[in-house]
Design a protein around this ligand. Structure first.
Ligand code: SAH
Ligand code: SF4
Ligand code: F3S
Length: 473
Protein backbone atom coordinates (compact mmCIF):
# COMPACT_ATOMS: atom_id res chain seq x y z
CA UNK A 1 0.00 0.00 0.00
CA UNK A 2 1.60 3.27 -1.04
CA UNK A 3 0.79 6.95 -0.93
CA UNK A 4 -2.16 8.56 0.73
CA UNK A 5 -5.76 9.12 -0.20
CA UNK A 6 -6.07 11.26 -3.28
CA UNK A 7 -9.09 13.23 -4.29
CA UNK A 8 -9.49 13.11 -8.04
CA UNK A 9 -9.51 16.65 -9.40
CA UNK A 10 -12.00 18.11 -11.84
CA UNK A 11 -9.19 18.32 -14.44
CA UNK A 12 -8.35 14.62 -14.03
CA UNK A 13 -12.02 13.76 -14.40
CA UNK A 14 -12.37 15.90 -17.52
CA UNK A 15 -9.46 14.04 -19.08
CA UNK A 16 -11.29 10.77 -18.42
CA UNK A 17 -14.53 12.11 -19.89
CA UNK A 18 -12.57 13.11 -22.99
CA UNK A 19 -11.57 9.43 -23.36
CA UNK A 20 -15.29 8.56 -23.30
CA UNK A 21 -15.81 11.02 -26.18
CA UNK A 22 -12.93 9.44 -28.08
CA UNK A 23 -14.45 5.97 -27.79
CA UNK A 24 -17.85 7.32 -28.77
CA UNK A 25 -16.38 9.03 -31.85
CA UNK A 26 -14.67 5.79 -32.87
CA UNK A 27 -17.95 3.85 -32.79
CA UNK A 28 -19.76 6.69 -34.51
CA UNK A 29 -17.28 6.48 -37.38
CA UNK A 30 -18.06 2.77 -37.81
CA UNK A 31 -21.79 3.52 -37.97
CA UNK A 32 -22.68 0.94 -35.29
CA UNK A 33 -24.05 1.19 -31.77
CA UNK A 34 -21.79 -0.98 -29.60
CA UNK A 35 -23.13 -3.09 -26.74
CA UNK A 36 -21.76 -3.82 -23.27
CA UNK A 37 -22.51 -6.35 -20.56
CA UNK A 38 -21.52 -5.84 -16.91
CA UNK A 39 -21.58 -8.82 -14.54
CA UNK A 40 -21.47 -8.00 -10.83
CA UNK A 41 -20.36 -10.28 -8.00
CA UNK A 42 -20.17 -9.58 -4.28
CA UNK A 43 -21.64 -6.88 -2.11
CA UNK A 44 -23.57 -3.61 -2.56
CA UNK A 45 -20.30 -1.75 -2.89
CA UNK A 46 -19.68 -3.61 -6.11
CA UNK A 47 -23.28 -2.99 -7.22
CA UNK A 48 -22.65 0.73 -6.70
CA UNK A 49 -19.35 0.52 -8.62
CA UNK A 50 -21.09 -1.30 -11.48
CA UNK A 51 -23.54 1.60 -11.75
CA UNK A 52 -20.50 3.81 -12.41
CA UNK A 53 -19.01 1.36 -14.88
CA UNK A 54 -22.28 1.28 -16.81
CA UNK A 55 -22.45 5.06 -16.57
CA UNK A 56 -19.02 5.32 -18.20
CA UNK A 57 -19.97 2.80 -20.89
CA UNK A 58 -23.15 4.70 -21.76
CA UNK A 59 -21.16 7.95 -21.84
CA UNK A 60 -18.84 6.19 -24.32
CA UNK A 61 -21.73 5.31 -26.63
CA UNK A 62 -22.49 1.76 -25.51
CA UNK A 63 -25.95 0.27 -25.08
CA UNK A 64 -26.17 -1.97 -22.00
CA UNK A 65 -27.29 -5.54 -22.69
CA UNK A 66 -28.20 -8.49 -20.46
CA UNK A 67 -25.72 -11.16 -21.62
CA UNK A 68 -22.11 -11.62 -22.69
CA UNK A 69 -22.96 -13.37 -25.96
CA UNK A 70 -22.41 -10.91 -28.81
CA UNK A 71 -21.52 -7.95 -26.55
CA UNK A 72 -18.66 -5.70 -27.71
CA UNK A 73 -17.53 -5.16 -24.12
CA UNK A 74 -17.83 -7.52 -21.15
CA UNK A 75 -16.88 -6.29 -17.67
CA UNK A 76 -16.60 -8.75 -14.78
CA UNK A 77 -16.79 -6.79 -11.51
CA UNK A 78 -15.45 -9.35 -9.06
CA UNK A 79 -15.52 -10.26 -5.36
CA UNK A 80 -12.67 -11.81 -3.38
CA UNK A 81 -14.34 -12.33 -0.03
CA UNK A 82 -14.36 -16.14 -0.12
CA UNK A 83 -12.56 -18.72 -2.24
CA UNK A 84 -15.83 -19.92 -3.72
CA UNK A 85 -16.57 -16.41 -5.05
CA UNK A 86 -13.21 -16.38 -6.85
CA UNK A 87 -13.68 -19.86 -8.28
CA UNK A 88 -17.00 -18.81 -9.79
CA UNK A 89 -15.37 -15.81 -11.46
CA UNK A 90 -12.52 -17.91 -12.89
CA UNK A 91 -15.07 -20.43 -14.20
CA UNK A 92 -17.18 -17.76 -15.87
CA UNK A 93 -14.11 -15.97 -17.16
CA UNK A 94 -12.97 -19.21 -18.81
CA UNK A 95 -16.35 -19.52 -20.52
CA UNK A 96 -15.83 -16.10 -22.14
CA UNK A 97 -13.20 -17.65 -24.46
CA UNK A 98 -16.21 -19.06 -26.34
CA UNK A 99 -18.17 -15.80 -26.58
CA UNK A 100 -14.98 -14.11 -27.77
CA UNK A 101 -14.34 -16.81 -30.38
CA UNK A 102 -17.82 -16.22 -31.75
CA UNK A 103 -17.33 -12.44 -31.65
CA UNK A 104 -13.56 -11.79 -31.98
CA UNK A 105 -13.98 -8.03 -31.50
CA UNK A 106 -15.23 -8.59 -27.96
CA UNK A 107 -13.15 -6.76 -25.32
CA UNK A 108 -13.09 -8.36 -21.88
CA UNK A 109 -12.32 -6.49 -18.65
CA UNK A 110 -11.91 -7.73 -15.10
CA UNK A 111 -12.17 -5.32 -12.18
CA UNK A 112 -13.34 -5.21 -8.57
CA UNK A 113 -11.80 -6.77 -5.50
CA UNK A 114 -10.06 -9.73 -7.19
CA UNK A 115 -8.11 -7.25 -9.32
CA UNK A 116 -6.60 -5.89 -6.10
CA UNK A 117 -4.65 -9.11 -5.54
CA UNK A 118 -1.29 -9.57 -7.21
CA UNK A 119 -1.67 -13.36 -7.45
CA UNK A 120 -4.94 -12.95 -9.33
CA UNK A 121 -3.51 -10.30 -11.66
CA UNK A 122 -0.54 -12.55 -12.49
CA UNK A 123 -2.82 -15.50 -13.12
CA UNK A 124 -4.90 -13.41 -15.55
CA UNK A 125 -1.75 -12.12 -17.26
CA UNK A 126 -0.39 -15.62 -17.76
CA UNK A 127 -3.37 -17.91 -18.14
CA UNK A 128 -6.28 -15.81 -19.43
CA UNK A 129 -4.94 -14.11 -22.57
CA UNK A 130 -8.47 -13.33 -23.75
CA UNK A 131 -8.82 -10.76 -20.94
CA UNK A 132 -7.95 -7.36 -22.43
CA UNK A 133 -7.98 -5.08 -19.41
CA UNK A 134 -7.70 -5.36 -15.62
CA UNK A 135 -8.20 -2.57 -13.10
CA UNK A 136 -8.47 -2.57 -9.31
CA UNK A 137 -11.10 -0.56 -7.41
CA UNK A 138 -8.58 2.28 -6.92
CA UNK A 139 -8.45 2.76 -10.68
CA UNK A 140 -12.16 2.56 -11.49
CA UNK A 141 -12.25 6.28 -12.28
CA UNK A 142 -9.68 5.60 -15.04
CA UNK A 143 -11.86 3.04 -16.81
CA UNK A 144 -12.48 5.46 -19.75
CA UNK A 145 -8.73 5.62 -20.39
CA UNK A 146 -8.35 1.83 -20.11
CA UNK A 147 -11.31 1.22 -22.41
CA UNK A 148 -10.03 3.66 -24.98
CA UNK A 149 -6.52 2.21 -24.94
CA UNK A 150 -7.73 -1.38 -25.31
CA UNK A 151 -10.18 -0.50 -28.06
CA UNK A 152 -8.00 1.83 -30.10
CA UNK A 153 -4.56 0.21 -29.71
CA UNK A 154 -5.54 -3.41 -29.05
CA UNK A 155 -2.98 -3.50 -26.20
CA UNK A 156 -3.69 -5.45 -23.02
CA UNK A 157 -3.89 -2.91 -20.22
CA UNK A 158 -3.38 -3.40 -16.49
CA UNK A 159 -4.10 -0.60 -14.00
CA UNK A 160 -3.55 -2.48 -10.77
CA UNK A 161 -0.88 -0.65 -8.77
CA UNK A 162 -1.62 -0.76 -5.09
CA UNK A 163 -2.66 2.59 -3.66
CA UNK A 164 -4.10 3.97 -0.46
CA UNK A 165 -7.17 4.80 -2.52
CA UNK A 166 -8.93 7.66 -4.14
CA UNK A 167 -12.22 9.50 -4.04
CA UNK A 168 -13.75 10.53 -7.33
CA UNK A 169 -16.81 12.76 -7.34
CA UNK A 170 -18.86 13.29 -10.48
CA UNK A 171 -18.30 10.05 -12.43
CA UNK A 172 -21.22 9.22 -14.71
CA UNK A 173 -23.61 6.76 -13.08
CA UNK A 174 -26.35 4.54 -14.44
CA UNK A 175 -28.53 3.60 -11.50
CA UNK A 176 -30.37 0.27 -11.52
CA UNK A 177 -33.61 1.68 -10.20
CA UNK A 178 -35.42 4.99 -10.03
CA UNK A 179 -36.89 3.99 -6.69
CA UNK A 180 -33.99 2.75 -4.62
CA UNK A 181 -30.43 4.00 -4.57
CA UNK A 182 -27.07 3.07 -3.11
CA UNK A 183 -24.99 6.00 -1.92
CA UNK A 184 -21.39 5.26 -0.97
CA UNK A 185 -20.44 7.51 1.92
CA UNK A 186 -16.96 6.10 2.37
CA UNK A 187 -14.58 3.63 0.81
CA UNK A 188 -12.09 1.09 2.13
CA UNK A 189 -11.61 -0.32 5.61
CA UNK A 190 -9.07 0.08 8.42
CA UNK A 191 -10.20 -2.75 10.63
CA UNK A 192 -8.12 -5.66 9.41
CA UNK A 193 -10.29 -8.40 10.83
CA UNK A 194 -7.89 -11.32 10.63
CA UNK A 195 -10.00 -13.37 8.18
CA UNK A 196 -10.84 -10.53 5.79
CA UNK A 197 -9.38 -9.55 2.43
CA UNK A 198 -11.28 -6.26 2.05
CA UNK A 199 -8.71 -3.86 3.59
CA UNK A 200 -6.07 -5.29 1.25
CA UNK A 201 -8.11 -4.89 -1.92
CA UNK A 202 -10.07 -1.71 -1.16
CA UNK A 203 -7.48 0.32 0.69
CA UNK A 204 -7.73 2.63 3.69
CA UNK A 205 -10.89 4.19 5.03
CA UNK A 206 -11.76 7.44 3.31
CA UNK A 207 -14.95 9.43 3.73
CA UNK A 208 -16.71 11.62 1.21
CA UNK A 209 -17.49 15.14 2.34
CA UNK A 210 -20.87 15.41 4.02
CA UNK A 211 -21.87 18.26 1.70
CA UNK A 212 -21.38 16.02 -1.35
CA UNK A 213 -23.35 13.17 0.21
CA UNK A 214 -26.20 15.43 1.28
CA UNK A 215 -26.39 17.03 -2.17
CA UNK A 216 -26.50 13.58 -3.79
CA UNK A 217 -29.29 12.39 -1.46
CA UNK A 218 -31.25 15.59 -2.04
CA UNK A 219 -31.02 15.17 -5.82
CA UNK A 220 -32.05 11.52 -5.54
CA UNK A 221 -35.12 12.33 -3.46
CA UNK A 222 -36.06 15.12 -5.87
CA UNK A 223 -35.79 12.65 -8.75
CA UNK A 224 -38.31 10.33 -7.05
CA UNK A 225 -36.04 7.91 -5.15
CA UNK A 226 -37.88 6.57 -2.07
CA UNK A 227 -35.30 4.35 -0.44
CA UNK A 228 -31.65 5.29 0.02
CA UNK A 229 -29.03 2.92 1.42
CA UNK A 230 -25.82 4.53 2.63
CA UNK A 231 -22.86 2.25 1.99
CA UNK A 232 -19.52 1.70 3.66
CA UNK A 233 -17.62 -1.28 5.12
CA UNK A 234 -17.84 0.37 8.50
CA UNK A 235 -20.21 3.34 8.34
CA UNK A 236 -19.85 4.03 12.06
CA UNK A 237 -16.37 5.36 11.54
CA UNK A 238 -17.58 7.78 8.87
CA UNK A 239 -15.79 11.11 9.04
CA UNK A 240 -12.97 10.03 11.35
CA UNK A 241 -10.48 10.72 8.56
CA UNK A 242 -11.91 14.18 7.87
CA UNK A 243 -11.70 17.26 10.00
CA UNK A 244 -15.32 18.27 9.48
CA UNK A 245 -16.93 17.72 12.89
CA UNK A 246 -19.64 15.51 11.40
CA UNK A 247 -19.83 11.87 12.48
CA UNK A 248 -22.09 9.16 11.06
CA UNK A 249 -25.02 9.94 13.37
CA UNK A 250 -24.77 13.64 12.42
CA UNK A 251 -24.74 12.72 8.73
CA UNK A 252 -27.82 10.52 9.16
CA UNK A 253 -29.64 13.33 10.97
CA UNK A 254 -28.83 15.79 8.18
CA UNK A 255 -30.16 13.46 5.48
CA UNK A 256 -33.23 12.55 7.55
CA UNK A 257 -34.18 16.22 7.66
CA UNK A 258 -34.31 16.60 3.88
CA UNK A 259 -37.84 17.29 2.65
CA UNK A 260 -39.72 14.50 0.84
CA UNK A 261 -41.22 11.10 1.44
CA UNK A 262 -38.36 8.62 1.66
CA UNK A 263 -36.53 6.17 3.91
CA UNK A 264 -32.87 5.99 4.62
CA UNK A 265 -30.94 2.89 5.73
CA UNK A 266 -27.28 1.95 5.90
CA UNK A 267 -24.77 -0.86 5.96
CA UNK A 268 -22.49 -2.05 7.37
CA UNK A 269 -22.34 -1.00 10.99
CA UNK A 270 -19.38 -2.35 12.95
CA UNK A 271 -20.30 -3.19 16.56
CA UNK A 272 -16.98 -1.73 17.69
CA UNK A 273 -18.13 1.87 17.14
CA UNK A 274 -21.90 1.41 17.34
CA UNK A 275 -22.74 4.27 19.70
CA UNK A 276 -25.77 5.23 21.76
CA UNK A 277 -25.78 8.46 19.78
CA UNK A 278 -26.29 6.46 16.57
CA UNK A 279 -29.20 4.46 18.00
CA UNK A 280 -30.79 7.57 19.53
CA UNK A 281 -30.55 9.31 16.17
CA UNK A 282 -32.16 6.32 14.43
CA UNK A 283 -34.96 6.36 16.98
CA UNK A 284 -35.52 10.10 16.67
CA UNK A 285 -36.08 10.49 12.93
CA UNK A 286 -39.04 8.81 11.21
CA UNK A 287 -37.20 8.83 7.87
CA UNK A 288 -34.45 6.55 9.20
CA UNK A 289 -35.60 2.95 8.73
CA UNK A 290 -35.65 0.94 11.93
CA UNK A 291 -33.35 -1.65 10.44
CA UNK A 292 -29.88 -2.55 11.59
CA UNK A 293 -27.36 -4.92 10.07
CA UNK A 294 -24.88 -5.48 12.89
CA UNK A 295 -22.50 -8.36 12.12
CA UNK A 296 -21.35 -10.21 15.22
CA UNK A 297 -19.27 -12.93 13.44
CA UNK A 298 -18.99 -15.13 16.55
CA UNK A 299 -20.65 -15.49 19.93
CA UNK A 300 -17.36 -16.34 21.61
CA UNK A 301 -15.23 -13.54 23.06
CA UNK A 302 -12.09 -15.66 22.56
CA UNK A 303 -12.83 -16.09 18.85
CA UNK A 304 -13.77 -12.40 18.48
CA UNK A 305 -10.36 -11.48 19.86
CA UNK A 306 -8.64 -13.85 17.43
CA UNK A 307 -10.69 -12.21 14.67
CA UNK A 308 -9.44 -8.76 15.81
CA UNK A 309 -13.01 -7.46 16.09
CA UNK A 310 -12.36 -5.12 19.07
CA UNK A 311 -15.54 -6.02 20.97
CA UNK A 312 -16.59 -8.99 23.04
CA UNK A 313 -19.84 -10.87 23.48
CA UNK A 314 -20.94 -8.65 26.37
CA UNK A 315 -20.24 -5.39 24.58
CA UNK A 316 -22.10 -6.64 21.51
CA UNK A 317 -25.15 -7.68 23.53
CA UNK A 318 -25.09 -4.37 25.35
CA UNK A 319 -25.22 -2.48 22.04
CA UNK A 320 -28.07 -4.66 20.71
CA UNK A 321 -30.07 -4.37 23.91
CA UNK A 322 -29.75 -0.60 23.90
CA UNK A 323 -30.77 -0.40 20.23
CA UNK A 324 -33.82 -2.58 20.91
CA UNK A 325 -34.74 -0.54 23.97
CA UNK A 326 -34.94 2.72 22.01
CA UNK A 327 -36.43 1.05 18.89
CA UNK A 328 -38.76 -1.77 19.94
CA UNK A 329 -39.77 -2.36 16.31
CA UNK A 330 -36.12 -2.74 15.15
CA UNK A 331 -35.44 -5.35 12.47
CA UNK A 332 -32.05 -6.83 13.16
CA UNK A 333 -29.82 -8.85 10.82
CA UNK A 334 -26.23 -10.01 11.08
CA UNK A 335 -23.29 -11.88 9.53
CA UNK A 336 -21.68 -14.85 11.21
CA UNK A 337 -18.69 -17.03 10.42
CA UNK A 338 -18.64 -20.70 11.38
CA UNK A 339 -15.41 -22.66 11.69
CA UNK A 340 -12.91 -19.84 12.26
CA UNK A 341 -9.49 -21.49 12.86
CA UNK A 342 -9.45 -23.09 16.29
CA UNK A 343 -13.16 -22.56 17.01
CA UNK A 344 -14.13 -25.28 19.50
CA UNK A 345 -17.48 -26.98 19.79
CA UNK A 346 -18.14 -25.01 22.99
CA UNK A 347 -17.28 -21.74 21.23
CA UNK A 348 -19.62 -22.63 18.40
CA UNK A 349 -22.34 -23.26 20.97
CA UNK A 350 -21.76 -19.69 22.19
CA UNK A 351 -22.63 -18.52 18.68
CA UNK A 352 -25.83 -20.56 18.80
CA UNK A 353 -26.76 -19.17 22.19
CA UNK A 354 -26.15 -15.60 21.03
CA UNK A 355 -28.39 -16.18 18.00
CA UNK A 356 -31.10 -17.58 20.25
CA UNK A 357 -30.75 -14.71 22.66
CA UNK A 358 -30.78 -11.85 20.12
CA UNK A 359 -33.48 -13.26 17.82
CA UNK A 360 -32.32 -11.91 14.45
CA UNK A 361 -34.86 -11.50 11.68
CA UNK A 362 -32.34 -13.11 9.36
CA UNK A 363 -28.67 -14.04 9.26
CA UNK A 364 -26.01 -14.23 6.57
CA UNK A 365 -24.05 -17.34 7.48
CA UNK A 366 -20.60 -18.23 6.14
CA UNK A 367 -18.10 -21.04 6.61
CA UNK A 368 -14.62 -19.60 7.18
CA UNK A 369 -12.69 -19.39 3.93
CA UNK A 370 -8.91 -18.92 4.22
CA UNK A 371 -7.78 -15.88 2.18
CA UNK A 372 -4.10 -15.81 1.22
CA UNK A 373 -2.36 -12.77 2.71
CA UNK A 374 -4.62 -12.47 5.76
CA UNK A 375 -3.42 -13.48 9.26
CA UNK A 376 -6.08 -16.19 9.64
CA UNK A 377 -4.77 -17.93 6.52
CA UNK A 378 -1.83 -19.33 8.45
CA UNK A 379 -3.65 -19.99 11.75
CA UNK A 380 -3.85 -23.58 12.86
CA UNK A 381 -7.19 -25.00 11.80
CA UNK A 382 -7.63 -28.56 13.06
CA UNK A 383 -11.43 -28.78 12.64
CA UNK A 384 -12.33 -31.08 9.73
CA UNK A 385 -14.47 -29.71 6.90
CA UNK A 386 -17.27 -32.17 7.65
CA UNK A 387 -17.47 -30.88 11.21
CA UNK A 388 -17.65 -27.27 10.00
CA UNK A 389 -20.45 -28.25 7.62
CA UNK A 390 -22.32 -29.87 10.49
CA UNK A 391 -22.00 -26.69 12.60
CA UNK A 392 -23.11 -24.59 9.66
CA UNK A 393 -26.22 -26.72 9.08
CA UNK A 394 -27.10 -26.59 12.76
CA UNK A 395 -26.78 -22.79 12.83
CA UNK A 396 -28.96 -22.45 9.72
CA UNK A 397 -31.63 -24.72 11.23
CA UNK A 398 -31.71 -22.69 14.46
CA UNK A 399 -31.94 -19.40 12.55
CA UNK A 400 -34.61 -20.69 10.15
CA UNK A 401 -36.77 -21.57 13.13
CA UNK A 402 -36.32 -18.05 14.56
CA UNK A 403 -36.97 -16.31 11.21
CA UNK A 404 -40.13 -18.33 10.74
CA UNK A 405 -41.37 -17.50 14.21
CA UNK A 406 -40.63 -13.78 13.82
CA UNK A 407 -42.29 -13.75 10.42
CA UNK A 408 -45.40 -15.49 11.80
CA UNK A 409 -45.67 -12.75 14.40
CA UNK A 410 -46.26 -10.24 11.57
CA UNK A 411 -49.54 -11.92 10.59
CA UNK A 412 -52.47 -9.61 11.21
CA UNK A 413 -50.31 -6.48 11.50
CA UNK A 414 -50.67 -3.58 9.09
CA UNK A 415 -47.36 -2.05 8.03
CA UNK A 416 -46.41 0.85 5.82
CA UNK A 417 -44.46 -0.69 2.93
CA UNK A 418 -42.80 0.59 -0.21
CA UNK A 419 -44.19 -1.25 -3.24
CA UNK A 420 -41.01 -1.65 -5.22
CA UNK A 421 -41.52 -4.03 -8.12
CA UNK A 422 -42.92 -7.21 -9.54
CA UNK A 423 -42.05 -10.88 -9.22
CA UNK A 424 -44.03 -12.96 -11.71
CA UNK A 425 -47.71 -12.22 -11.07
CA UNK A 426 -47.17 -10.61 -7.65
CA UNK A 427 -46.23 -7.10 -6.63
CA UNK A 428 -43.29 -6.98 -4.25
CA UNK A 429 -42.99 -4.60 -1.34
CA UNK A 430 -40.58 -3.98 1.52
CA UNK A 431 -41.47 -3.26 5.09
CA UNK A 432 -39.57 -0.44 6.74
CA UNK A 433 -37.33 -3.12 8.24
CA UNK A 434 -36.56 -4.46 4.76
CA UNK A 435 -38.68 -7.64 4.90
CA UNK A 436 -40.04 -8.83 1.54
CA UNK A 437 -43.84 -8.86 1.12
CA UNK A 438 -45.71 -10.32 -1.87
CA UNK A 439 -49.20 -9.12 -2.72
CA UNK A 440 -51.58 -8.72 -5.63
CA UNK A 441 -52.41 -5.31 -6.97
CA UNK A 442 -52.15 -2.98 -9.88
CA UNK A 443 -48.75 -2.16 -11.43
CA UNK A 444 -49.52 1.53 -11.00
CA UNK A 445 -48.91 1.10 -7.26
CA UNK A 446 -45.19 0.50 -7.84
CA UNK A 447 -43.24 3.38 -6.38
CA UNK A 448 -45.70 4.23 -3.63
CA UNK A 449 -45.78 3.71 0.12
CA UNK A 450 -48.97 1.95 1.23
CA UNK A 451 -50.39 0.25 4.31
CA UNK A 452 -50.31 -3.52 3.83
CA UNK A 453 -51.87 -6.08 6.13
CA UNK A 454 -49.77 -9.21 6.54
CA UNK A 455 -51.81 -12.35 5.86
CA UNK A 456 -49.19 -15.08 5.71
CA UNK A 457 -45.51 -15.85 6.27
CA UNK A 458 -42.69 -18.22 5.33
CA UNK A 459 -39.07 -18.35 6.56
CA UNK A 460 -38.03 -15.95 3.80
CA UNK A 461 -40.93 -13.67 3.04
CA UNK A 462 -44.37 -12.39 3.96
CA UNK A 463 -47.67 -12.32 2.11
CA UNK A 464 -49.95 -9.34 2.36
CA UNK A 465 -52.97 -7.49 1.17
CA UNK A 466 -53.46 -3.83 0.42
CA UNK A 467 -55.71 -2.08 2.85
CA UNK A 468 -58.91 -0.92 1.14
CA UNK A 469 -58.89 -2.86 -2.13
CA UNK A 470 -59.54 -6.39 -0.84
CA UNK A 471 -56.81 -7.96 -2.99
CA UNK A 472 -55.05 -10.87 -1.39
CA UNK A 473 -52.38 -13.40 -2.35
N1 SAH B 1 -17.54 -4.74 6.61
C1 SAH B 1 -18.49 -5.70 6.95
C2 SAH B 1 -18.34 -7.02 6.26
C3 SAH B 1 -18.06 -7.11 4.84
S1 SAH B 1 -17.74 -8.73 4.26
C4 SAH B 1 -18.38 -5.93 8.45
O1 SAH B 1 -17.34 -5.80 9.02
O2 SAH B 1 -19.36 -6.33 9.01
C5 SAH B 1 -19.29 -9.55 4.55
C6 SAH B 1 -19.18 -10.74 5.45
O3 SAH B 1 -18.44 -11.76 4.84
C7 SAH B 1 -18.48 -10.51 6.76
O4 SAH B 1 -19.29 -9.87 7.71
C8 SAH B 1 -18.11 -11.90 7.18
O5 SAH B 1 -19.14 -12.51 7.91
C9 SAH B 1 -17.94 -12.61 5.85
N2 SAH B 1 -16.54 -12.91 5.57
C10 SAH B 1 -15.53 -12.03 5.35
N3 SAH B 1 -14.37 -12.69 5.15
C11 SAH B 1 -14.66 -14.02 5.23
C12 SAH B 1 -13.87 -15.20 5.12
N4 SAH B 1 -12.58 -15.16 4.89
N5 SAH B 1 -14.51 -16.40 5.27
C13 SAH B 1 -15.84 -16.46 5.51
N6 SAH B 1 -16.61 -15.37 5.63
C14 SAH B 1 -16.05 -14.16 5.49
FE1 SF4 C 1 -13.56 -6.96 6.56
FE2 SF4 C 1 -13.59 -6.42 9.12
FE3 SF4 C 1 -13.32 -4.44 7.37
FE4 SF4 C 1 -15.64 -5.71 7.60
S1 SF4 C 1 -14.66 -4.46 9.18
S2 SF4 C 1 -14.58 -5.19 5.70
S3 SF4 C 1 -15.02 -7.80 8.04
S4 SF4 C 1 -11.85 -6.08 7.75
FE1 F3S D 1 -16.55 -8.87 -2.12
FE2 F3S D 1 -15.16 -6.70 -2.35
FE3 F3S D 1 -17.60 -6.57 -1.42
S1 F3S D 1 -14.40 -8.63 -1.64
S2 F3S D 1 -17.89 -8.55 -0.44
S3 F3S D 1 -17.05 -7.19 -3.45
S4 F3S D 1 -15.88 -5.30 -0.82
Amino acid sequence: MTGKTSVITKEQLDIQLAFCDKVKAYWHSTGTTPTAYVETYGCQQNEADSERIRGILIESGYAIVGEAEGADVVVMNTCAIREHAEQRVFGNLGALTHTKRRHPGQKIFLCGCMAGQEVVVNRIKNSYPHVDGVFSTHHLWQFPEILSRVLLTGKRTFFTEDEAGSIAEGLPQNRDSGLKAWVSIMYGCNNFCTYCIVPYVRGRERSRKWEDILAECKALVESGVKDITLLGQNVNSYGKDLDQGVDFADLLAKIAQLPGDFLIRFMTSHPRDASKKLFDTMAKYPKIAKQLHLPFQSGSSRVLKAMNRHYDREKYLEAVNYAKSVMPELVLTSDVIVGFPGETEAEFEETISLVEQVQYDSLFTFIFSPRPGTPAYTMEDPTPKAEKNRRFDRLCAVQNGISEELHNAYIGKTLRCLIDGKDKEFLTARTEGGRLVRLTGDDSLIGTFAPITITGATTWSLKGRMEDDGNQV
